[in-house]
Design a protein around this ligand. Structure first.
Ligand code: FRU
Length: 495
């Protein structure tokens, strides 16, 4: 039975989303149907389509009582909205249906596991959350919450773990036929840990182990875990709150962290070997992955960051986009990301220039646009005397531009969106240390109206940022201090 709260939300989103013009949305990134969107939820392949649910407050472009929005796609680039899937309408989730994930049951129905939130007011005007894990079962459009909810609560926590920070279950079916769920938790040391639970039928759950511990190394509380096998390694993805920067890593406050290592089946513990940021730009948080039918591990993140998302333009009717779907691999112990290959089907109007030699400012005939896939191979024009700086500007006209600049002597790539149309004093720059020898660098930029994602050296690193630039600013130009040689291939992304 659909509750009154969910019926209201569905009626509201249907009417309100009709007022948003298609050209005021990104072309191929999923955006909030109306109102506010944060984390990807329940990212899955079900009944021949990809499903993406998301943290959703339909009534405002601000975070509020969390619903689950819902969209489906055949290629992860063209999305169709479905009615909202969950609303905060039960005693155990009355203040929000927080993040979670999805799995298919043996009988063909889809199971959602999410965090139910009850917010108890305190005498001093604050509140304390009680967070529990809940289930809903459905057919890909309508979902019924189970009477046995919540299925995991404070009784299922290990000693010292907080009942206020227990959320974001990521569920999967193991090779042993058992269902597992990795859930974020705050232990007594005040930082974060990931707990592992198991179930034979996906309905009755039991605590297994502390899968991984932060011990105050990478930020505080860890949110939104994902745990999977990739290229013979185990990968644990989390989004830590309150991070301190370490060198060129982890500059985002609310950051993202990829740990690569091994899993010990006996102790049910993850053993870390390597850590890195997932995205070195400004806007990326809470990613989730799916395994495609042809065996690719594809990740989508919320293309925002809590620190830069609160004071946004009041003129928009929607806020929040998802990142490009990115194919993941592990090479030389590091995480690599590639734009999903389906994007190549959207390429048209190829413009290519080989070995363009230049110094100073330059633009090239046919190189412009706001929905663009552009590959740049940069080399020194004079190997004995390597250039001091290379820069590319895009979303550019007399008033606006966003820029990437590369200084080979420091091996630093910088993104700067100060002139991207933002009317707020947010963070607009980020630097990333790249691998570059003697001024050689490979960049692939994907622009989609309101964002740029920069894939560095064939996906070794990625920098992502949202833009607020007027669509009239569609210029692209280049700059070199010293002699640069550049190959460029550029496509419009259409359809
Ligand atoms: C991460 C997060 C999750 C939580 C959700 C609430 O961005 O804080 O931990 O489930 O957002 O909307």
């Amino acid at each position: 039975m659909t509750s009154q709260t969910l019926r209201e939300a569905r009626r509201y989103e249907e009417a309100s989303s009709k007022m948003i013009k298609i050209e005021d949305r990104p072309g191929f990134h999923l955006s909030a149907r109306t109102g506010w969107m944060n984390d990807p939820n329940g990212f899955s392949y079900y009944k021949g389509q990809y499903h993406m649910f998301y943290q959703y407050h339909p009534y405002k472009t601000q975070w509020g009582p969390m619903h689950w929005g819902h969209a489906v796609s055949n290629d992860l680039l063209h999305w169709e909205f479905l009615p909202a899937a969950l609303a905060p309408d039960e005693i155990y989730d009355r203040d929000g249906c927080f993040s979670g994930s999805a799995v298919v049951l043996p009988d063909g129905r889809q199971l959602l596991m999410y965090t139910g939130v009850v917010r108890n007011p305190e005498w001093n005007g604050g509140y304390t959350d009680v967070q529990t894990q809940c289930l809903a079962i459905g057919d890909g459009e309508d979902y019924e919450k189970l009477d046995i909810n919540p299925v995991l609560d404070e009784k299922d926590l290990p000693e010292g773990a907080s009942r206020s920070d227990f959320r974001d279950p990521k569920i999967w079916k193991g090779k042993d036929g058992i269902y597992y769920s990795a859930i974020a938790s705050r232990p007594a040391d005040g930082s974060g840990q990931i707990l592992l639970y198991s179930s034979k039928d996906a309905l009755t759950w039991k605590y297994e182990s502390v899968l991984a511990e932060n011990k105050n190394r990478f930020g505080k509380m860890w949110e939104c875990p994902d745990f999977f096998e990739l290229d013979g390694k185990m990968v644990l993805i989390v989004s830590p709150q309150d991070m301190l920067p370490q060198g060129f890593e982890y500059h985002n406050g609310n950051g993202n962290l990829c740990l690569i290592g091994e899993y010990n089946e006996e102790t049910k513990k993850f053993m870390e070997e390597h850590d890195q940021a997932i995205d070195y730009g400004i806007d990326f948080y809470a990613p989730q992955t799916v395994l495609t039918p042809d065996g690719r591990r594809v990740m989508i993140g919320w293309m925002q960051n809590w620190d830069t998302s609160q004071p946004h333009s009041p003129y928009q009717q929607w806020f929040g986009q998802m990142s490009l779907p990115r194919e993941l691999s592990v090479k030389n112990g590091r995480l690599y990301q590639h734009p999903i290959r389906e994007i190549e089907d959207m390429r048209s109007n190829k413009v290519a220039y080989d070995a363009v030699s230049f110094e100073g400012m330059m633009s090239l005939e046919g190189v412009k646009g706001r929905k663009v896939d552009m590959e740049l191979v940069i080399r020194p024009g004079d190997e004995q005397n390597v250039f001091k700086k290379f820069a590319v500007r895009f979303a550019q006209n007399d008033e606006y531009y966003t820029g990437l600049s590369f200084r080979p002597y420091e091996s630093v790539l910088k993104i700067d969106r100060k002139f991207s149309g933002s009317r707020r004093a947010l963070i607009h720059q980020r630097r990333c240390k790249v691998n570059s020898e003697n001024g050689n660098l490979k960049l692939r930029l994907i622009l989609d109206q309101f964002s740029v994602e920069v894939f560095i050296n064939d996906g070794e690193q990625v920098m992502t940022a949202t833009l607020y630039t007027d669509m009239a600013a569609d210029g692209i130009s280049f700059f070199a201090d010293g002699k640069v040689d550049m190959d460029i291939v550029k496509y419009d992304l259409i359809g």
